[in-house]
Design a protein around this ligand. Structure first.
Ligand SMILES: Nc1nc2c(ncn2[C@@H]2O[C@H](COP(=O)(O)OP(=O)(O)OP(=O)(O)O)[C@@H](O)[C@H]2O)c(=O)[nH]1
Ligand SMILES: [Mg+2]
Length: 287
């Protein structure tokens, strides 16, 4: 990460603007580059949440608050990679009795607006999906469905199990059926993923889907946290594209501010595409 090296070319591309406008834009770009993403993780106990997070992310995980599991508070973990932070929130509730729905709904209403994405793990051999379905409809509700990415975990436990080192054709067929079933049950916004941490299977596709499912401003900061083998060309491309588009949107927002004099507005509109292309070029200095 080298912020000043990245910001200098951007500053040059904004030099035709009054200083206060270009400073405002640069300030917002530097906020984008230091955005601290927050990802929630849900699923019944033993679904493989901790294992998946360790497989996905490179950072040293440190618990932020030390709350006992029996209290129904979310557990937060803050990660750090090269001076950049990300927070994982281990969200409770799936698989517990429906009696606490109202309580969880309140907790989730508080957490969900701040989360960029929620990974919802369902174990490959878990057939008690009505519990997840109930929770999805009663607690998550319509408003936050776009923030949920379903992940079928422990795919090596799909029938017929073998403890082999690869998934068999039959297991893959059963996984496809399970994926279809989840699409029917949940009608998810994002495609359902399937992984096996034990076999290191499906993780790349999952990581790419996660990057695609994130809000634009969060994809690069999450990509930074991925373990090296998961940071594929597709991940980097999506993250770079998102960053360019976010900078473009930022310029559009500044240009439509009422206090911007019309001639300055014209300059912003003229330099917009150049600034976006510079942002895409300097992306690798930031991420
Ligand atoms: N066979 C197999 N076992 C797995 C896989 N992923 C996790 N496990 C095992 O499943 C068990 C539960 O995994 P965790 O990652 O601790 O699950 P969790 O969802 O964090 O569990 P809680 O924190 O108790 O809610 C552990 O024994 C893991 O080793 C996998 O892909 N395949
Ligand atoms: Mg765990």
């Amino acid at each position: 990460m080298n912020n000043s090296k990245g910001l200098q070319p951007l500053q040059n591309s904004l030099s035709g603007l009054p200083q206060w406008v270009s400073e405002r834009i640069l300030h917002q770009v530097s906020q984008l580059t230091s955005y601290e993403p927050m990802i929630g993780i849900m699923g019944k106990t033993g679904a493989g949440k901790s294992s998946l997070c360790n497989a996905l992310f490179a950072g040293e995980v440190s618990p932020v608050s030390d709350v006992a599991a029996c209290t129904r508070e979310p557990l937060r973990f803050r990660f750090q990679v090269g001076g950049r932070f990300m927070t994982l929130v281990d969200l409770p509730g799936v698989g517990e009795s429906g009696a606490r729905d109202t309580e969880y709904a309140a907790l989730y209403r508080e957490q969900l607006p701040r989360l960029d994405l929620v990974l919802w793990l369902i174990k490959a051999d878990d057939r008690a999906l009505s519990v997840d379905e109930h929770f999805y409809h009663k607690v998550i509700g319509e408003a936050y469905r776009h923030k949920v990415l379903f992940v079928i975990s422990q795919s090596d436990k799909a029938e017929p199990t073998s403890r082999g080192e690869r998934l068999s054709t039959e297991q893959k067929q059963n996984m496809s059926r399970k994926i279809c079933l989840l699409h029917e049950l949940f009608q998810p916004v994002h495609p359902v993923c399937a992984v096996s941490v034990r076999l290191q299977w499906g993780l790349r596709v999952m990581a790419e889907r996660m990057i695609r499912s994130l809000p634009r401003e969060a994809s690069s900061p999450v990509a930074v946290q991925l373990s090296a083998p998961l940071r594929t060309d597709a991940v980097n491309k999506k993250a770079r594209d998102d960053f360019g588009e976010t900078v473009g949107t930022l310029l559009d927002t500044v240009s439509s501010m009422p206090l911007i004099p019309p001639p300055v507005r014209t300059i912003i509109q003229t330099v917009r595409d150049t600034v976006v292309s510079v942002a895409r070029t300097v992306w690798s200095f930031f991420f």
